[in-house]
Design a protein around this ligand. Sequence first.
Ligand code: EPU
Length: 366
Amino acid sequence: MLVEKNAPLQQYNTFGIMARAMNLVRVQSEQDIREFLAGPPLGASRQVVVLGGGSNIVITRDVEPTVFKMEIMGKRLVAETDRHYIIEVGAGEVWHDVVAWSLEQGYRGLENLALIPGTAGAAPVQNIGAYGIELQDRFDSLDAVDLTNGESFSLNAAQCAFGYRDSVFKHAPAETMPLTMIARATGSTAPRGMGLAGRAVITRVRLRLAKDWKPELSYLDLTRKQAEKGVENPTAQDIFSWVVEIRRAKLPDPATIGNAGSFFKNPQVSSEVCEDIIAREPKIVHYPMLDGSVKLAAGWMIDACGWRGKSIGKAGVYDRQALVLVNLGQGDNSVTGGEVVTLAQAIQASVYERFGIRLEPEPIVW
Ligand code: EPU
């Protein structure tokens, strides 16, 4: 087990915020987690926070809980049925590399999720999604380690309780009992809806990719791209390239402009609330959902409030996509987590004032 004291985190969060971890453990195997749990506490407590690609966090201070930097690697085919390929990837693998590798191997289905920053282990936590596909549509199961006793367990999709940018890993635990004891009591590894935030660490993720592949081109940006390219029957590789083009045109590359992707979720409201808003704001971009509710485009609302291209301190609103907050500083002169939070709160206040909607941040604040 490799432990680093006072480890700089600027390289490890895509916002590029400067902060340090009192203790950073490089987790390269399940055994590393068990060694950490069996040894003396590294800091004041045994509390742990998990760092994947650092693409969904805002760090507001030096981090006292032990930071697990996930570096479990590996990408392989673990099973094949008549209808599916099941691939397994280590939590530390870069998500985009997983997408590119799977296509090279001939396993299609992840192409719409190209170029999403972050690691494979973080993908189920917020059920990453883009261009008409969410991780849950391609998910098979995952392995994790229970931080209360070091035991490994697996979860299927139902047990992960996926929702829009949501899963069991985003909710605080209701139970303090070890997961294995709960399993014995309930006959399942983790009852649906049980919170696992801070309680379990994802180590491996398995994806189920159908051999009978169908392109998913219904998202407006992709439909337009297909028309522009004039390709009637695109391959998965075509869609992969188009998604990369669309993302590069719209979203800032964290390597040059620090950011954490969409900063807010697209709020979901009842059709009555939506009707009400449309009566006042006829141009609002909205999408009817299968359950009768309506999703509102948060980026449109923020843009309509005049925030696109504006800034507070070194925290800015990206000028090509108002849903993305960016670091206008660099290196030693980087934005602080506090500035990002201040800008986010100012945006929430003006969206609430105009639309009566409370925007919920997507990244986790440390
Ligand atoms: N819009 C504006 N002005 C803006 C931004 C957006 O008018 O400044 C409008 C767009 O013209 C469009 C609508 O709002 O009509 C929605 O915008 P877009 O298609 O860019 O998608 P989004 O809802 O803003 C979501 C995801 C992205 C994902 C894209 C494509 C969330 C929170 N965000 O963005 O995910 O890439 O759809 O599927 O659901 C992420 O989670 O980090 C992320 C980038």
